[in-house]
Write a protein that binds this ligand. Structure first.
Ligand code: ADP
Ligand code: MG
Length: 279
């Protein structure tokens, strides 16, 4: 569904590329997580997928980005936005309406969705994000976390093949963040949507992602199944990416020859493994 070939982008006024040498293949219907330190190029990768580059930022674009076989450089921004729904990091800049329902209607009407289909799309998207009760609220009166859910719901209503989210849970506590991931993953499974999400919470990504991408200084440092990436917890720590402490603990025991089982990606696995170590 998504192919990046030697993708590189340099902002016009910068001497160094923001991202470089990015090669990624993301299968249809999969869930990809992207994390890495601040400034490592995570948002730039989302811009490559939603067409913000090359269309909105001046700069040099090298390589190829293909979405469902369409080269983004040969596809209009309008056509890209029909394939790729995206929720940007600064959600306040994304809202166009003042009431939640109007925000959802704006996108659907703009996309020319048949009028008789619109009410069901709105209901489904609000329910998918668990915010049916917010329908008539003023967006300005919502909490940061509620706004994030509204922004996601208004994109889900458009039924994009690819969903790109840049730090969608930044305003949410751990329990609500996990709830958003559960809702998203459930929606994506039912609709066959390909999901790409930038997220700081690596434990959360590991739980949901098929592919975990770690960015460092504009390059892909690791791109693999979450367990294979988390096996490198010491290297991740050295570039400023903190693995769950339970993962780091079990990796250290493994390095010391005290544990030989699989990488532990969550506390439950680690506590079971630890009981075997001490048995
Ligand atoms: P992340 O999302 O991982 O924090 P970004 O993709 O936002 O990183 O940034 C990648 C690099 O591009 C950083 O070095 C950042 O300073 C630079 N950058 C981001 N936005 C701009 C911009 N509008 N103009 C010039 N450089 C930028
Ligand atoms: Mg960012």
């Amino acid at each position: 569904m998504i192919q990046l070939r030697d993708f590189c982008f340099r902002y016009r006024e910068c001497s160094q590329p923001a991202v470089m040498d990015v090669n990624l293949d993301i299968p249809a219907g999969s869930f990809t997580g992207i994390t890495g330190p601040a400034g490592s190029g995570k948002s730039m990768l989302t811009y490559a997928l939603n067409g913000i580059v090359p269309y909105c930022y001046p700069g040099d674009f090298y390589g190829e980005v293909l979405i469902d076989g369409h080269d983004t450089c040969d596809t209009s921004l309008t056509d890209i936005s029909r394939l790729v729904g995206s929720v940007c990091q600064d959600i306040d800049s994304q809202f166009v309406a003042s009431v939640v329902e109007d925000e959802m209607l704006y996108g659907l009407e703009n996309f020319g969705v048949a009028h008789e289909l619109i009410p069901a799309r709105v209901d489904e998207a609000l329910e998918a994000m668990g915010i049916a009760d917010l329908r008539d609220r003023l967006i300005a009166s919502l909490s940061g976390g509620q706004k994030q859910k509204v922004a996601i719901a208004s994109i889900l209503a458009l039924r994009p093949k690819v969903l790109v989210l840049d730090e969608p849970t930044a305003e949410l506590d751990p329990a609500s963040s996990r709830q958003v991931f559960l809702l998203l993953a459930d929606y994506a499974r039912r609709h066959g949507t390909t999901v790409v999400v930038v997220e700081q919470k690596i434990a959360l990504l590991s739980e949901f992602a098929d592919l975990l991408v770690i960015m460092q200084d504009g390059r892909v440092r690791f791109a693999d199944a979450p367990a294979a990436v988390l096996a490198r917890s010491e290297e991740l720590l050295s570039i400023g990416v903190n693995c769950p402490r339970s993962t780091t603990l079990m990796n250290r025991l493994a390095a010391a020859g005290l544990y030989a089982g699989p990488v532990c990606t969550d506390v439950a696995q680690a506590s079971r493994a630890l009981l075997e170590v001490v048995a």
